[in-house]
Design a protein around this ligand. Structure first.
Ligand code: HSE
Length: 311
């Protein structure tokens, strides 16, 4: 058998939930914004071919690629001598804040699990995804792999029986995302953050995140927007993302409800419930934030399907 798996782009943090909240993205024009991994039988060993717009930014040696390492791990765990030929179609830029490494890892592990008749259950596979993604980003945080795998907006629980739980989403919201075209290392963007926060910041963080979760269950969109604030990361990261602060101000002028950093940046997200406003925001971002030829923008809704077979 051969199969192809698609794993969507995702926004870590979603502003208000540093390391604890994440959402999968589905462009409303139907674009598949995420990496694909294919597996087919081969005579012996593991091979990995690279394809897709962003493939040239990946390690040249296949053995250094996380997708290859996922396959090595899988075959070792299963004590399998099977030969497999894998292809990674790299459709997300590395270091973009769109969960690029998560997308590759999740697509690979999901595809391997399907190919070998599901030896791992959902929770075990998710923990494996977190561990492998952590090798690239420098620390284990599930806010990209969980929504990428399961879809929707996911709140991290990290209790023994459950990594995360889906939150109700605001179906009327459009998330305009814009990737300016530069790459930022998650590890470096994490190093900008203080080791210790003031008590008042800790209280604000708890208040905003708990109020956002409450508002999601109540479907109180105006409360959700009022508390969708990032007090942990944005104050330390904003100035490191060229043009971010100007874009944030301009998007507010255009009537966008709130704007934040997607993951550790440089992609930004901006929210509205009005399509015409989303289109105006996208046009502004395309001419002021996105570098021609290397960056891009999309008007998205939340992807509710998560990772899936597309063969
Ligand atoms: N929660 C992580 C961070 C996401 O902001 O560092 C990285 O994509």
């Amino acid at each position: 058998m051969s199969l192809t798996v698609y794993a969507p782009a995702s926004m870590g943090n979603v502003g208000v939930g540093f390391d604890l909240l994440g959402a999968a993205l589905a462009p409303i024009d139907g674009t598949l914004l995420g990496d694909c991994v294919s597996i087919e039988p081969a005579l012996t060993g593991i091979s990995l071919s690279l394809a897709g717009h962003w493939a040239d930014k990946l390690p040249v040696d296949a053995a250094d690629n996380i997708v290859y390492q996922c396959a090595e791990f899988f075959l070792a765990q299963l004590e399998s001598q099977a030969g497999i030929a894998m292809t990674l179609e790299k459709n997300l830029p590395v270091g973009s804040g769109l969960g690029s490494s998560a997308s590759s890892v999740v697509a690979a592990l999901y595809a391997l699990n399907e190919y070998f008749d599901r030896p791992f259950d959902e929770q075990a596979l998710l923990r494996l995804m977190g561990e492998f993604e952590g090798k690239i980003s420098g620390s284990v945080h599930y806010d990209n792999v969980a929504p990428c795998y399961l879809g929707g907006m996911q709140l991290m629980l990290d209790v023994p029986h459950s990594v995360c739980e889906g939150l109700p989403v605001f179906k009327q919201w459009y998330w305009v995302v814009a990737y300016p075209g530069i790459s930022l290392s998650t590890a470096k963007m994490r190093a900008l953050l203080p080791e210790v926060y003031d008590k008042s910041v800790a209280i604000d963080f708890g208040r905003y995140l708990s109020a956002f979760v409450h508002a999601s269950y109540k479907q109180d969109a105006s409360l959700a927007i009022a508390v969708l604030k990032d007090v942990l990361a944005e104050p330390y990261r904003a100035s490191e993302i060229p043009g971010y602060e100007q874009a944030r101000a301009a998007l507010a002028e255009l009537g966008m409800l709130t704007t934040g950093i997607s993951g550790s940046g440089p992609t930004l997200f901006s929210v509205t419930d009005d399509l015409a406003t989303a289109q105006a925001a996208q046009a502004w971002l395309d001419s002021h934030y996105v570098k021609q030829g290397v960056g891009f923008s999309h008007i998205c809704q939340i992807d509710t399907q998560g990772t899936r077979r597309v063969d």
